[in-house]
Design a protein around this ligand. Structure first.
Ligand SMILES: Nc1ncnc2c1ncn2[C@@H]1O[C@H](COP(=O)(O)OP(=O)(O)OP(=O)(O)O)[C@@H](O)[C@H]1O
Ligand SMILES: [Mg+2]
Length: 254
């Protein structure tokens, strides 16, 4: 069965960074093939992996509103285009959602898309969805359920509270979320005791488990500045070792 991993969290707390590090992890552990879905309208996961994007699902959806080539159904057209939009790498594919529907959404296009995505999903061991801040997105994605929701937070009291609020608002979503993990990112080392207390409090009072604490990392800062793929980060970089042990425990039961 395909497992779905989704990223959530306040803006700038490390969702895309975590998705890139997860890509590196799944490749290293040979947990392939997997599909990366960039559901941020300001897509940038591809940049962390040094991949170019030519076609997004947003573009396909708008093409579907116009005249199609003769002798092709809308479903066939959608399927063909989605395959064109897939960026195929060794071990994983990347699909970029692009701009969402504006006002006057063409809902039939979304239905065709949902069907195509459903068919596509079966080809993969994991689907990883990088989101923009906010949860509305997740409910719109036509996912049946999420196996692991990774909620990123900055290392502050208010940040942790926001992560807890995000966790709380998942309850009324029409979407089953099986496991929620809090990832406190860019944490100072050692972790201040007061922050640790806030984290423990948030975990106790919510549906989140503590996924792990990711330190602030010069290696990540340099990697982003250099524009090189995060897949090229060294195995012995401290942040990589920490993140690998975090992912080991999160995905141990999969
Ligand atoms: N552990 C870390 N150490 C140092 N820098 C980090 C760390 N995690 C993330 N960053 C940096 O923080 C910035 C924001 O990270 P990122 O883009 O992953 O956040 P995001 O949650 O995806 O943001 P958005 O909400 O805009 O999509 C980036 O410049 C990234 O390089
Ligand atoms: Mg992002």
């Amino acid at each position: 069965m395909t497992k779905v991993i989704a990223l959530a969290g306040k803006g700038g707390t490390g969702k895309t960074t975590t998705a890139a590090l997860l890509t590196r992890y799944l490749l290293k552990k040979k947990l392939t093939p997997f599909l990366l879905v960039d559901a941020d309208s300001n897509a940038n996961l591809n940049e962390l992996l040094e991949l170019n994007v030519d076609l997004t699902l947003g573009t396909i959806r708008s093409e579907l509103k116009g005249d199609l080539p003769p002798h092709i159904t809308r479903d066939q057209f959608m399927e063909m285009k989605v395959h064109q939009a897939l960026i195929e790498e060794t071990g994983f594919d990347l699909l970029v959602m692009g701009q969402p529907d504006g006002p006057g959404c063409y809902c039939a296009a979304n239905q065709h898309l949902a069907m195509t995505m459903d068919k596509l999903a079966d080809n993969y061991r994991y689907i990883i969805v990088d989101n923009e801040a906010g949860m509305e997105h997740l409910s719109r994605m036509n996912l049946r359920s999420i196996d692991h929701l990774l909620i990123t937070s900055d290392p502050s009291a208010r940040g942790i509270l926001t992560a807890k609020r995000i966790s709380d608002i998942t309850a009324p979503l029409k979407l089953e979320i099986k496991n929620q993990h809090l990832l406190v990112n860019r944490a100072p080392q050692p972790l201040p005791a007061a922050l640790e207390a806030k984290i423990n409090e948030a975990v106790t009072e919510s549906g989140m488990a503590l996924g792990g604490i990711i330190p602030s990392s010069d290696d990540l800062i340099h990697q982003e500045l250099s524009g090189e793929s995060y897949l090229k980060l060294a195995d012995n970089a401290p942040v990589i070792q920490i993140v690998e042990s975090i992912f080991d425990s999160i995905f141990a039961a999969d």
